[in-house]
Ligand binder design. Sequence first.
Ligand code: FE2
Ligand code: FE2
Length: 335
Amino acid sequence: MSQVLETEPGFVPDITDVGADAARVAKLATSADLYRRWERQQWLVAVVDPARDRATWDDLRPFVKQQTLNALAELEIGEVTVTRTLGTLIDNPPTEDDRIYLCTQLADEARHVRFFQTYLQEVCGVEAEAGANADSDVAADYASMFAPALTAVTGRLREVGSSPEDWYRALVYYHLITEGVLAATALRTTRFLARRLELSALDEGLTNVTRDESRHVSFGLRAAQDGVAQGYGQVIKDAHFESIAMAAWVLIGPARHNPSPAIRMALVSRAAQLQQNVDIAEERLVKQLRLIGMPELADAALTAWRQAIVKAIDGYEENWGSPHPIRAAARIAQN
Ligand SMILES: [Fe+2]
Ligand SMILES: [Fe+2]
């Protein structure tokens, strides 16, 4: 009997224990399953009580505060954007169960925005009205590159004559790339940071957000898997390859200054941290393609991703006139 793969606490079902062949036929949660899971997994921003982190926050060193603030601002602008763009996917989904599920997701995204804005305001003392961080360096690459693309592909669904192909393109940009690759990677890194800094409300809130996002990505994978099975593989493939370069650019963030520490050990550690983000995102990208029934695209996606990472690092070095930490550490290792 096939088993519905759970996706908690990670975002993508672990396929290693079901064997590589089974990945081709992995049975993902249905929209009705995800709706039921949503009813069981409710949480409240007020119960997390962000304000309890204030004293710990106040004692952090300025550099650490800035690092955490950057991560939160990035997540907040991402949440604002997905909240604004999800609505059109609800208009013409493949099934009524999908529509009901997507309505629950919209409520989740609103709660995520509220959580990050409350945290930024009550703990970090930052006024975080919707989109207030859109023009900061931190979110500049997302705001200038990925957000307009996501807005365009989801906006297309509002136009007369939009097709199922348009819906699947928006699904890939939204659920698989924005959530499955970018948000998943950013949440994992930020949760790790929150734990290390003993910001317990942040850790709890991020854990809740991650659980919600796990449902969102599950939906995306299952809907894409259905789409591939029903003959929409071409647009799903095209949408992946259109968005890979943008995702790599956003992950590296050439607009964000990321100075290489002068101390060798600090540089090596910083580079390892950044490289780990790249590796996590890459692994997710490839795993997702296998799960939706397109394992034959994995090698080409990997090549496109790695080329795009090199280009984004080149972009960083052009912007700042200095080596990116990943490259600076690699040069040291060679000598
Ligand atoms: Fe979210
Ligand atoms: Fe989400």
